[in-house]
Design a binder for this molecule. Sequence first.
Ligand SMILES: [Ca+2]
Ligand SMILES: [Ca+2]
Length: 236
Amino acid sequence: MSRTKKFLFASICFIAASGFGSMTAAVEYEIVVENMIPGGAETGQPMTPPVAVVHGPGYTLFAAGDMATPGLELLAEEGMTDDLVMEAESDPDVYQVVVGDGPFVDAVTFMIEGNPGELLSLVTMLARSNDLITGIHDITLPCCGDSMAYVDVDVYDAGTEENTGLVAHIPFYGNTFVGPDEENPIAAITYYEVVDDPDYGLLEYEFPPSARITVTALDPSPAEQDTWGTVKSLFQ
Ligand SMILES: [Ca+2]
Ligand SMILES: [Ca+2]
């Protein structure tokens, strides 16, 4: 077989695999995470780089009532993503993990790939806190062209560090890997306070507002539509 023919053969196999394999991605999704907590960088809650996971029903990123995994604990207390990403990537029911930019006080946009019907979970830390997170979990990816917005998503206490509200325990102020542990299940929270901000003293937060997360399935590119038109015509 000549070199050219081998390459052509490989290309055809790849198209077939990406079209019909259940684990391969067919649709691009735009994810927008908007930080709706007032105050900006001055008195608000910067959000750390969000971790987005495309998965099946056997995987859970977080859920109220569960204990946080070690990877989620590190994200919730320090905003660090590496361990959570490794945990997710080692799970057989996880198809893709993407980390967005951050920290941000306005909004961040990034792309993921998945298939309609697969599940999406996303988590980010509120950086001016002991162990607060926000995000969505186990939402079903929409079909091509559809968009879904999740408004005022819940804020959760990850249950791994006591809510002292002390600057000395909060990574936003440069104080990492400090703060008394707690061992509680993840629970929705509606109020948090920083008690000794050097400029403002007491900073109070009521949730909502929290974050708005929009998931949009992009239409396939014209090239992909052509491919599908060709494939469909084979079966007519
Ligand atoms: Ca806590
Ligand atoms: Ca801490």
